[in-house]
Write a protein that binds this ligand. Structure first.
Ligand code: AKB
Length: 315
């Protein structure tokens, strides 16, 4: 990787991946783009407004900056996707197909995030294997499975270097996620500090995989730098870091804020999605093929989140 294009850079992952990649590869070697102007992303490196659904414009940015690696981060997440499935399909698949096509024409590698949402109710729930039945029941998950297959197809058919990670819910303190089922695990920290109370939209006892952003960013770079000869899989790798329920996370926060309380106003759409997803993935293949190993757990993450969010909120 020496000249990188980030498509959809203004979201939760992009707003932290851009500075992380710039710190590794150099500011001018990471071109951030989004469908709208994004505060901060152009401060220390190139930024352009780019609609990922316009392949001509994407190709012209790639040619102009001599790009060799595309990170396609464009996605409507799981819960918001259920509100407008047709639009979710159009945006999620359109941005991916354009990224793959531009990569084919300009000989680029492609990274696309997949998700635990690529699995469905018929997948094994515990230690969900890397290769197993995948029949998701959300449009988001259907896009992720299709995206994995399409990316593998571009590698087989055209020799494009495509790689991907099935991300758990990502917890971060810079940009809020939007429209996901795992968003509660970020919002809870803000509300714990603001009001010492949180009303959770996900049932109290549903386990889902989660990861802290620093581990997620490191995973992306480690996978993209991995020796291709060692990769038996490409699209997409299970990774795991921690798995918990809302009750377990609330108890962890209560160790630091003893009067924190939580009640529930369960959103039936999020409930159905959360119940259809695995409890925890088996990440053996990622560990064996490119050395994946998480560094954060629920306790160290909670310490760091509360410190960072308190600073942000002037608490
Ligand atoms: C979502 O909740 O939709 C995402 C995901 C797990 O892919 N955070």
């Amino acid at each position: 990787m020496k000249k990188i294009l980030i498509v959809g850079a203004g979201g939760q992952i992009g707003s932290e991946l851009v500075p992380y990649l710039r710190s590794i590869y150099g500011s001018n070697n990471v071109v951030a783009t989004d469908v709208r102007e994004c505060k901060g992303l152009g401060d220390d490196g190139p930024f352009e407004v780019l609609d990922a659904l316009n392949p001509t414009n994407m190709a012209s940015v790639v040619a102009r900056h001599n790009i060799d690696t595309i990170f396609n981060l464009v996605a409507l997440l799981s819960a918001v996707g259920e509100k407008n499935p047709q639009m979710a399909w159009g945006v999620n698949m359109g941005a991916l197909l354009n990224s793959l096509e531009v990569a084919r024409q300009h000989h680029c590698a492609v990274f696309t995030p997949s998700s635990i949402g690529a699995f469905g109710p018929t997948s094994p729930k515990d230690m969900t294997p890397q290769d197993t039945i995948m029949q998701p029941t959300t449009v988001y998950g259907i896009c992720k499975v299709t995206g994995e297959l399409l990316s593998n197809y571009y590698t087989l058919k055209y020799g494009i270097d495509t790689r991907s990670i099935r991300f758990p819910g990502i917890i971060s303190n810079k940009t809020l996620p939007g429209g996901g089922t795992t968003d509660y695990a970020v919002e809870i920290y803000y509300e714990a500090l603001r009001k010492k109370h949180y009303t959770c939209a996900v049932p109290h006892d549903v386990y889902m995989d989660m990861i802290y952003m620093p581990d997620a960013l490191r995973a992306v770079v480690e996978l993209m730098e991995a020796d291709p000869a060692k990769l038996k899989h490409r699209n997409s790798f299970n990774i795991a870091s921690m798995s918990f329920t809302p009750d377990i996370l609330a108890a962890e926060i209560r160790k630091r804020i003893p009067d924190f309380t939580m009640d529930f106003n369960v959103d039936p759409v999020k409930e159905a999605i959360a119940n259809s997803w695995p409890n925890m993935l088996d990440d053996t293949c990622a560990r064996e093929e490119w050395g994946w190993k998480p560094q954060w757990d629920i306790s160290s993450m909670t310490d760091d989140m509360l410190t960072a969010v308190a600073k942000k909120l002037n608490k």
